[in-house]
Ligand binder design. Structure first.
Ligand SMILES: Cc1cc2nc3c(=O)[nH]c(=O)nc-3n(C[C@H](O)[C@H](O)[C@H](O)COP(=O)(O)O)c2cc1C
Length: 178
């Protein structure tokens, strides 16, 4: 008998910017999701306090507990992020640092899309970080999109067919890995 329980995808955008290209990509995937999938986009990254190992104890900040729980409850994670100053956006790296001790990502099917002007540095660094926290990802669930702004119109629609296809493929590969 097939389970009627929906697959939970937890999507984490690395940009806090209103109108963000990375948010637009996640919104696109949300609309594309089959009925068997519940696609939730995290919009509370800014509430995660700076990582402090001294507070990484049995009673961490409430927003951190919630973030960890959302990851734990998800069947799959998708991170979609730009690069800032040749690196991972600080607020995203900060949130990931809080998951080292909790092991929240361990074995969790994960997709990474880095959509930026260039993005190679953040993409490479994130692959290392995700490896360090034991996320379950592969070449099939990772994608670097450079010159993202030229591949999207002012309304946030993806205008480059090849990019759209690659985004869909990564998402389908994630769903298939769950
Ligand atoms: C402070 C700052 C630094 C940036 N540094 C980089 C960079 O090092 N590499 C890069 O690819 N893009 C860089 N960008 C450009 C971003 O990739 C671009 O603004 C992207 O659209 C941001 O993602 P978003 O649209 O999801 O907010 C930078 C942007 C800002 C505001």
């Amino acid at each position: 008998m097939q389970s009627s329980v929906k697959k939970q995808i937890f999507a984490i955008p690395g940009s806090l910017r209103s109108g963000s290209s990375n948010h637009n990509i996640l919104n696109f995937l949300s609309k594309l999701s089959p009925a068997s999938v519940n696609f939730a986009i995290y919009d509370e990254l800014a509430t995660i306090p700076p990582f402090d190992p001294g507070n990484d104890n049995d009673t961490p900040p409430e927003s951190v507990t919630k973030f960890r729980d959302l990851i734990a409850e998800a069947n799959g994670i998708i991170i979609c992020t730009p690069e800032y100053a040749f690196g991972i956006p600080g607020q995203l790296k900060n949130a990931l640092d809080w998951t080292v001790s909790s092991g929240s990502f361990s074995g969790k099917p994960t997709a990474l899309i880095t959509a930026s002007t260039g993005g190679e540095n953040a993409h490479t660094a994130l692959l290392k970080v995700l490896g360090a926290i034991d996320a379950n990802l592969s070449d099939d669930t990772t994608l670097l999109i450079s010159y993202i702004r030229s591949k999207m119109d002012a309304a946030g629609n993806i205008t480059d067919a090849d990019t759209e296809e690659k985004i869909k493929t990564v998402f389908n590969n994630l769903l298939n890995s769950i």
